[in-house]
Design a protein. Structure first.
Length: 111
């Protein structure tokens, strides 16, 4: 069984598009959280059980997603920039040209 949804193509024509089916609710929730964490997402996505194929899909619930919710999902999923290493200032040689002038919040850097 396959589930379809009606969408518009680039030239404005209506066409049927296949819905992505998930076997478990946990998989669907994880996928919805990942998509909610993206910057281009405007409406909140939620997982639901399909009454046609009895599998799980994700879809919009009609509510706008806030930046606070997106940040929460990013933190929960561990998305964003990672710090690969730290400089230990106590073991640094005195002749090295490193001067600490402040801290940078890596979560605010967009790439």
């Amino acid at each position: 069984m396959t589930c379809n949804t009606l969408s518009k193509s680039e030239d404005g024509q209506k066409e049927w598009k296949f819905k992505k089916a998930y076997d478990t609710l946990d998989e669907a929730i994880l996928s919805a959280k990942k998509q909610n964490a993206q910057e281009r997402t405007v409406e909140k996505l939620e997982a639901y059980k399909c009454t046609y194929c009895y599998k799980y899909h994700i879809g919009r619930n009609g509510k706008l997603i806030t930046q606070k919710e997106k940040d929460k999902y990013r933190k929960e999923l561990g998305l964003g920039l990672k710090i690969l290493g730290k400089i230990n200032l106590e073991t640094l040689e005195p002749e090295s040209k490193v001067k600490v002038i402040g801290w940078i919040d890596l979560n605010k850097i967009r790439y």
